[in-house]
Design a protein around this ligand. Structure first.
Ligand SMILES: [Zn+2]
Length: 291
């Protein structure tokens, strides 16, 4: 990875809003990658790290994650490279309401007319273009009207495919882990797309005098999220960022001959959930200790 010079950093800080700065500092967010197939009806159409998934059905397609405001052309190119039509996207979903997963939604809706379905806790953030976010109210992007408000456990159905919305809050109030059953090599597999399990720098998990928690109940929400994630049956381990599931390394192995089987990684899923839970608990302890 190229380290920007001090001069570049100063220019970035002066000229760009926080969101663009982050994108500039994460080149993998905007670097294209050849789209690839994960299951018979499931494809990766994101960048090198910002994951977007296309679920293909006979009644039209579902896109998960619109990513950055500038991402739709990259996503569109990937969809078309696979031989699908962008206009066939009927439903747009997101992992959670942060600008790296939802800022392109206005443009995707404009181009496809897709119905936008968002978990209840994230709706105010999406509909205010990021202004209602508890930690990043300065990371603004085009506001979008939500067509269907989702509740924990709701199903999104199209053309014989059912995606289940599991509310896994903490990282955002409506952070969503999507699951579906998808065929790989003649076997139906349990697919998990982790919404997020990270405590970002600056998130306050504990109420302190003059320094309230980032939002009331955030620590309990994270605890609930880990219970949910540990309970999900998982064969195919995916997530909102490629780095959650070691995508680039797995892709190398897939290209080297392992094929789609690299995405079947129940042990990797369980280990990653356990590692992230430990990280959360350590951070909670640190904040409770008054550090
Ligand atoms: Zn996020």
């Amino acid at each position: 990875m190229i380290t920007p010079s001090l001069k570049t950093w100063i220019a970035l800080v002066l000229l760009l809003p926080a969101a663009s700065m982050l994108a500039a500092a994460n080149p993998n967010w905007t670097t294209p990658i050849a789209p690839f197939q994960i299951a018979d009806n499931l494809y990766y159409v994101g960048s090198k790290d910002l994951a977007s998934y296309l679920v293909v059905t006979p009644k039209g397609d579902i896109l998960i994650n619109s990513s950055l405001e500038g991402s739709p052309p990259l996503i569109r190119k990937s969809v078309e490279q696979l031989g699908f039509h962008f206009a066939d996207i009927k439903i747009l979903l997101i992992s959670h309401a942060h600008f790296d997963h939802d800022a392109g939604s206005a443009e995707i809706k404009r181009l496809t007319g897709a119905k936008y379905m968002v978990m209840d806790g994230d709706v105010p953030v999406v509909e205010s273009g990021g202004a209602q976010d508890f930690h990043y109210p300065q990371d603004l992007y085009p506001a979008v009207k939500v067509d269907r408000v989702l509740r924990d456990g709701d199903q999104v159905r199209l053309g014989g495919v059912a995606l289940v919305a599991h509310k896994t809050p903490g990282h955002t109030r409506g952070c969503t882990t999507w699951t579906m059953r998808a065929p790989i090599g003649g076997h139906l597999r349990d697919v998990v797309m982790v919404g997020s399990w990270n405590v970002n720098p600056g998130f306050r998990l504990v109420d302190k005098p003059g320094k309230p928690a980032s939002y009331p109940g955030i620590a309990t929400d994270y605890e609930h999220t880990f219970v949910v994630l540990k309970g999900l049956p998982c064969d195919v381990f995916l997530g909102a960022h490629g780095e959650y599931f070691d995508m680039l390394a797995k892709l190398e192995r897939a290209k080297a001959g392992a094929g789609e089987s690299v995405w079947i990684d129940p042990e990797g899923y369980r280990a990653a959930v356990a590692e992230r839970q430990q990280a959360f608990e350590a951070e909670l302890k640190r904040q409770q200790g008054g550090a």
